[in-house]
Design a protein around this ligand. Structure first.
Ligand code: FES
Length: 80
């Protein structure tokens, strides 16, 4: 069994969706299948994480990225 290095949880609750989490997830998945993150990430969609005021919320290896965007999440993945 092969384990990916980074675990990325993207909130797909309604507030995060409104704030763009769907777009972030698409862009991250694209990077993970064709780009620099290829083979290094595993993505999960979550329900609301109760931090809607900080939407969109993405968790990278236990680190919460609040009011984030794809660029910030990519930086966090590279740091982790
Ligand atoms: S909708 Fe994402 S934290 Fe509530």
């Amino acid at each position: 069994m092969r384990f990916n290095r980074h675990l990325v949880f993207v909130c797909s609750g309604s507030d995060c969706k409104k704030a763009g989490s769907k777009k972030i997830r698409k862009e991250l998945k694209h990077a993970a299948t064709e780009g620099t993150l290829k083979g290094h990430c595993k993505f999960f969609q979550t329900k609301c994480m109760d931090m809607c005021k900080s939407a969109p919320v993405v968790v990278v290896d236990g680190h919460f990225c609040k009011k984030t965007d794809t660029k910030n999440v990519m930086e966090q993945i590279k740091k982790a």
